[in-house]
Design a protein around this ligand. Structure first.
Ligand SMILES: Cc1ncc(COP(=O)(O)O)c(C=O)c1O
Ligand SMILES: [Zn+2]
Length: 415
């Protein structure tokens, strides 16, 4: 916060104060937080970060606000796991999984919400609100509960049962809207315009919210011994996370915390909601909105706010944006689970399956140090697995029955 200069329009460069603003009055471009990088470079170093808390707030000087202690759910510093068995299956070399299933509400959204609501407290905003595809709902409701804030969470009515239950349990106001996420988002934008003391985390405080995703880049670099990876694979819904991971890597170089090194950034979408992947494949800049139809409901944004910037980040960095079918998503979930012992939600299935495709196509290479971002926990989307998972047999509680089942299992494995 000490280093924030204000907000700036990404398109026309006009400057704005660091308030609850998110679009430029002149050109409707998105606003971004600007820092005094010179002063940052002169002030922070690896040691000062390493001495900080084991949460995202160890990077507080590179974030747009100080943490509000009453919101603290211990977010971030999730494991970076060397994934040798997954790498072997995919024909890759040095592969890591950034396991963000381990955040307090089971997704990377805890990072963005922790930052957005800390800023909301600083700005004196009273109500925490959001439009969500599920994970954001969990996180806003939990953080608001922790701080004793009122919350209004709006979701599409077709979300997974577990995502609804794990939001409702926190006791805020939860409204299911009969429509898609894009309908919910439009409604929230309308609501935000005449509720000046509400913080819609991904609408009127979006510039601050988005900055939370930079910590996914900061942590990976620190966990690699203050080095940048060669290639990262990131899921895309609105495209914010991917864009901010890129900004995070850039900032580390700018302030002198890591040596400059090119990072290729690839994106992952579900085929049933792949407007950014389609634009990438077509070689155009125009992202055509789609009506989502996929089991990856957390990524089901048909009209992605930061889609263009995600596309640009992938292209400029030499990455790609791939998409996968629902069947491939399920295979991706199972592949990650059986090789690394990590249970991801459908968004993770999208990312692993896209990584597999990009590796097979030679886009992600064996000689690269690769990080795949697994951003949500599988316990929230168990129903997507359907009948594909279950016991291989139901047996009587006898040694004979077990022996017969064991024979069948051994035969099955040999087959
Ligand atoms: C688990 C998970 N991963 C990734 C994303 C993508 O985030 P973004 O909208 O920043 O692209 C989402 C969005 O809801 C999500 O829930
Ligand atoms: Zn502008």
């Amino acid at each position: 916060m000490r280093f924030v200069e204000g907000l700036r329009c990404r398109e026309c460069g006009r400057a704005y104060p660091a308030e609850a603003l998110h679009v430029c009055d002149y050109c409707f471009g998105p606003l971004e937080v600007v820092y005094d990088y010179e002063r940052l470079a002169a002030t922070i170093d690896r040691g000062s970060i390493e001495a900080g808390p084991r949460t995202i707030w160890r990077y507080r000087d590179l974030l747009p606000t100080a943490p509000a202690p009453e919101l603290d759910l211990q977010v971030g510093c999730t494991p970076l796991v060397r994934a040798e068995r997954l790498a072997a299956e995919l024909g890759l070399g040095e592969l890591y999984v950034k396991d963000d299933t381990r955040n307090p509400t089971g997704s990377f959204k805890d990072r963005v919400v922790s930052v957005a609501l800390s800023k909301a407290r600083e700005l004196g905003l009273k109500v925490a609100a959001c439009a969500s595809t599920g994970n954001l709902a969990n996180s806003v409701a939990a953080h608001a509960a922790r701080a004793g804030m009122t919350s209004y969470v709006l979701i599409p009515s077709n979300l997974e049962r577990a995502k609804v239950a794990t939001t409702a349990v926190f006791g805020g106001h939860l409204l299911a809207v009969d429509g898609t996420y894009d309908d919910v988002n439009r409604l929230c934008a309308e609501l935000a315009s005449d509720r000046p003391d509400w913080a819609f985390v991904n609408v009127n405080v979006r510039p601050y919210y988005a900055e939370g995703s930079k910590t996914l880049a900061f942590e990976v670099a620190e966990q690699l011994g203050w080095q940048l990876p060669d290639h990262v694979v990131v899921p895309i819904a609105s495209g914010s996370q991917l864009t901010k991971i890129r900004k995070g890597f850039h900032e580390l170089v700018t302030v002198g915390l890591v040596d400059d090194h090119p990072v290729r950034i690839s994106g992952a979408q579900a085929e049933g909601c792949s407007p950014v992947a389609q634009a990438f494949a077509a070689g155009t800049d125009a992202i055509r909105p789609v009506k989502p139809h996929t089991i990856a409901k957390s990524l089901a944004i048909g009209n992605p706010a930061d889609g263009f910037y995600a596309l640009e980040a992938a292209r400029q960095s030499g990455g790609a944006i791939g998409s996968v079918t629902d069947q491939e998503i399920l295979e991706g979930i199972s592949l990650l689970a059986r090789t690394e012992g990590i249970f991801a939600e459908t968004a993770g299935g999208v990312t692993v399956a896209t990584l597999a495709k990009l590796a097979a196509a030679g886009v992600v290479r064996r000689d690269e140090r690769v990080v795949v971002y697994i951003t949500g926990n599988g316990l929230k989307t168990v129903e997507a697995l359907g009948d594909a998972v279950g016991p291989s047999a139901v047996i009587a509680p006898t040694l004979e029955a077990f022996a017969a089942a064991e024979d069948a299992e051994t035969e099955g494995a040999a087959r």
